[in-house]
Design a protein around this ligand. Structure first.
Ligand code: NDP
Length: 444
């Protein structure tokens, strides 16, 4: 049995109850085969793969808080610090009822390679809780965030581990957590990113993942002889990533016709009214079913279905495993020629294979959505030098980073005989730097 298969088998045995983590490890290790085969002796001796699939540490803690009725509630908090070979741990905090250790591990593992791809010195981590901010008052969210930080603060710091937002963790939650960290530690440092502009946040951070996704997609299309202008785009999700992906798609001349949330999806043939979606989601925290009040000619459907509409480009921006094999078949049949992942692992392995086999350009999330963490790293730089850069300056850097990421992975795919396979390219390009650093730093 080859080295990759041996490690996959052992990961499967040790983590049998964590399907998302197993899926992520399989996707990465499978595509690393060419580079592992070329360096098998060195990697094996150093147990490099065994080390890279095992987190440095995983922290689990109780998060008690008091709701508005005076009732004590208890949630579980997690931080998985996966790998800090190339820089301090960095990765978001997810607040969603579906959160468990397997999901946090899958996200932390992916984050290692994504962070490496940005070219910036940041290691991989992820955290969160099964707390659901939906339907909670601001005071309840604040009490939860304070309690969460009462434990998390022990493990993080500006040069140690710098968490950020993710599903359910936006500017409000980051603000409450930052306030609590400052109170407990008595230091004012860039320990979290995604902060408000008045207290150390960076311009463009809010837009970064969505804008970066479109900068990456536009470059991928350009290098394949296509142009995004005039194209029809289907987007899932209506959160931070989805909204700013839609905004940049429109700025680049495309038309966005769908968005979704966890209860249903909207179709607006004339192009989604983003001001309406922003008001619904960012201001009122309401459901997309109300979109028809703004645009009576649009359609609202309960449940799944975003991928059934005719489009040229699909951008899954909601959550993991939301684009299934049957969706990939519908997209391909309807003429979709590019899928770029705004969310983390939104496409299942069989759907990814189907899309690639049918000539659809496929951009994996760890490359295409890296603009968020890259801009977080730019926020860290600004905090360190105690300066704030202009919107144009950060946006220009973001664009440069995304274009670079595309060319790095395109080049890695070519070097290892997998031209046009951006999954292989992204995994190899992300892995190379981390592997070098791990080997150089000895057994630790
Ligand atoms: P948000 O919480 O802002 O939005 C998430 C969106 O996805 C919402 O529309 C939500 O609907 C929907 N959604 C969440 N869970 C489900 C589900 N189980 N089924 C269907 N829809 C669901 O999160 P973000 O936009 O920040 O994150 C979206 C994705 O992008 C995640 O995979 C995240 O890890 C990834 N990502 C985010 C980055 C960032 O900078 N924010 C950076 C890189 C990746 P509802 O409103 O009903 O909950």
């Amino acid at each position: 049995m080859g080295y990759v298969d041996e490690v996959l088998e052992s990961v499967q045995k040790k983590n049998a109850s964590e399907p998302e983590f197993l899926q992520a490890v399989k996707e990465v290790l499978d595509s690393l085969r060419p580079i592992v085969d070329a360096n098998e002796e060195v990697y094996r001796k150093a147990a490099l793969l065994e080390r890279i699939v095992e987190p440095d540490r995983q922290i689990k803690f109780r998060v008690p808080w008091v709701d508005d009725k005076g009732q004590v509630q208890v949630n579980v908090g997690y931080r998985v610090q996966f790998n800090n070979s190339i820089g301090p741990y960095k990765g978001g905090l997810r607040l969603h009822p579906s959160v468990n250790i397997g999901i946090i591990k899958f996200l932390g593992f992916e984050q290692i390679f994504k962070n490496s791809l940005t070219g910036l010195p940041i290691g991989g981590a992820k955290g969160g809780s099964d707390f659901d901010p939906k339907g909670k008052s601001d005071n309840e969210v604040m009490r939860f965030c304070q309690s969460f930080m009462n434990e998390l603060y022990k493990y993080i710091g500006a040069d140690v581990d710098v968490p950020a937002g993710d599903i359910g963790t936006g500017a409000r939650e980051i603000g409450y957590m930052f306030g609590q960290y400052k109170k407990i530690r008595g230091v004012y440092e860039g320990v979290l990113t995604g902060k408000g502009l008045s207290y150390g946040g960076s311009l463009v951070r809010k837009e970064a993942t969505g804008y970066g996704l479109l900068y990456f997609t536009a470059e991928m299309l350009k290098c394949n002889g296509k142009d995004i202008a005039g194209k029809t785009v289907a987007i899932s999700g209506s959160g931070n990533v989805a909204i700013y992906a839609a905004e940049k798609a429109v700025q680049l001349g495309a038309k966005v016709v769908t968005m979704s949330d966890s209860t249903g999806w909207i179709y607006d043939a004339e192009g989604i009214d983003l001001d309406a979606v922003k008001e619904l989601k960012e201001v009122r925290r309401a459901r997309l079913s109300e979109y028809r009040n703004y645009r009576p000619n649009s359609e609202y459907h309960e449940g799944r279905g975003v991928w059934s509409v005719k489009c040229d480009i699909a951008l899954p921006c909601a959550t993991q495993n939301e684009l299934l094999l049957e969706d990939a078949k519908m997209l391909t049949a309807n003429g979709c020629f590019a899928v770029a992942e705004g969310a983390n692992m939104p496409t299942t392995l069989d759907a990814t294979e189907y899309l690639k086999a049918n000539g659809v350009l496929f951009a994996p999330g760890k490359a295409a959505n890296a603009g968020g963490v890259a801009t977080s790293a730019l926020e860290m730089s600004q905090n360190s030098e105690r300066l704030s850069w202009s919107f144009e300056e950060v946006d220009e850097k973001l664009k440069g980073i995304m274009v670079n990421i595309f060319h790095n992975l395109d080049d890695a795919a070519r070097r290892y005989g997998a031209e046009g396979d951006y999954v292989v390219g992204a995994n190899i390009a992300g892995f190379e730097k981390v592997a070098d650093a791990m080997l150089a730093q000895g057994v630790c």
